[in-house]
Design a protein around this ligand. Structure first.
Ligand code: FAD
Length: 418
């Protein structure tokens, strides 16, 4: 039984069916999905285009409480080139490369095609997908099998893959059941938090810039965590968004969890010109400050930068030492007055989750409870914007499909004592 028909659950089902076919076995494989629609998040991913994968592997960019080498071991089970071939075969075409962002998209640029092809292949493999079938509870029976409780019935399973995902952007009723089961089976669960999420600010001058899109290098710091990110930055009427913002948002959520202070700063990057040495450019000279800044930034940002530094539009030679220092600070470490994140409502993923240390990377199997497998976002790791989260879901789903099917082939060898 696979709980959750998301990215990880569907790939798990395909891999399990493949092992079953190759072994000439006939055990049933069923996927249970709480909602009416399977693969909902695939449908809405990448703005409806589904950024299936990153162009380049970068295991070091994943965020987890576990050591980087453990994250790497999970990803190695289904490497990026193999994943790419898998989807090219599934979708019948070469994946589209978006070179500037190093992202891969389906040949048709449509998320729906990815979701539909996965579901078609799952059906062709003889796997049943039951929708509107929420699993309410999961427990071990006396004979070592599992009992899954639905609203009106119970089902038995020899092996269970828990691929219930996280809390982000799902309709009401998502209860984190998978995390509760993991804890009930003795697993360490790192507290979940929204990640890859826009930031909220009450700053009126910043909200005034709503809609302004730039490139920025962001830095977020709190006790025991920090992150840096360079990329698109967007002023919104609620605060800040864009890839560079989403990629550092977890630091704020970690600060919230631990009750620590945090600080977020931005260095806005000059249009089309790489790094600028502001220290030299602000040397005394005849030109106006605003003219200099306007060569690099849109007018609206120039006004905000000057206002933040309390600098009037004088010539560079008229800038006092203190004002020059203020302006330099605004240009290099612009402070973003952030109150919070937008939370699960708009978060792309959930951070925290089932500790990787108690899961076997090659099979997704619990080291504490044989026959119990975990895959996808429920595990304690997520990556930045760029296809890394699907990469994680496909990789861990692939392992759990293999592990659970092999477990069903030789159940007597793995049943817990007694
Ligand atoms: C708006 C948005 C855009 C995104 N775009 C991208 C992108 O372009 N590229 C990328 O790499 N990542 C993207 N992500 C992240 C990506 O969608 C997730 O990382 C990925 O879907 C996780 O897969 P999963 O299978 O672990 O979880 P999910 O896709 O969340 O699937 C879990 C499934 O389990 C079901 N479920 C939960 N509890 C139960 C239960 N008790 N009984 C039965 N079923 C249950 C849920 O209904 C759900 O269908 C995006 C996320 C969002 C929200």
């Amino acid at each position: 039984m696979i709980v959750g028909a998301g990215a990880a659950g569907l790939v798990s089902a395909l891999r399990a069916a493949d092992i079953r076919r190759r072994a000439g076995a006939s055990f049933p494989i069923t996927v249970y999905e709480a909602f009416r629609e399977a693969g909902r998040k695939i449908l809405i991913s990448g703005g409806g285009r589904c950024n299936i994968l990153p162009m380049r592997a970068a295991p070091e960019v994943f965020v987890s409480e576990s050591k980087p080498y453990i994250v790497r071991r999970f990803l190695e089970q289904f490497r990026l080139p193999a994943q790419r071939s898998f989807f090219e075969e599934l979708l019948g075409g070469v994946l589209r490369e978006e070179r500037e962002s190093a992202k891969l998209f389906p040949p048709t640029n449509r998320a729906k095609d990815v979701r539909d092809r996965l579901l078609e292949r799952v059906a062709e493999s003889g796997v049943e997908v039951r929708t509107v079938a929420r699993i309410r509870d999961l427990a071990r029976a006396a004979d070592g099998s599992f009992r899954l409780r639905l609203d009106r019935s119970d089902v038995a399973a020899r092996a269970v893959v828990v691929a219930t995902g996280g809390f982000s952007v799902l309709p009401a009723g998502v209860d984190g059941a998978g995390l509760h089961w993991a804890a009930a089976f003795g697993h360490r669960v790192h507290p979940p938090y929204p990640a890859l999420v826009p930031l909220v600010s009450a700053s009126a001058p910043h909200a005034h810039l709503s809609g302004l899109s730039l490139t920025a290098r962001l830095q977020a710091r709190t006790v025991g965590a920090e992150a840096q990110s360079t990329g698109g930055f967007l002023f919104t009427h609620r605060g800040y968004s864009g890839p560079s913002v989403l990629n550092i948002s977890h630091v704020l959520e970690k600060a919230r969890l631990s009750g620590s202070a945090f600080r977020v700063t931005a260095r806005f990057l000059s249009q089309g010109e790489g790094a600028v040495d502001w220290n030299t450019l602000l040397n005394p000279g005849p030109g106006q400050v605003s003219r200099l800044l306007e060569r690099h930034f849109p007018d609206r940002l120039v006004s905000l930068l000057m206002q933040t530094a309390s600098v009037e539009d004088v010539s560079l030679s008229q800038l006092t030492r203190e004002k020059r220092r203020n302006l330099l600070l605004a240009l290099e470490e612009f402070s973003l007055p952030v109150q919070a994140t937008e939370g699960y409502r708009t978060a792309e993923v959930t951070g925290g989750g089932v500790s990787l240390e108690e899961i076997e990377p090659a099979t997704g199997e619990s080291r504490l409870s044989p026959g119990l497998f975990f895959a996808g976002e429920i595990l304690d790791a997520f990556g930045p914007i760029g296809g890394f989260n699907f990469q994680w879901a496909w990789a861990t789903g692939f392992s759990a499909g293999l592990g659970s099917a092999e477990y069903c082939l030789v159940p007597e060898m793995k049943l817990p004592p007694g």
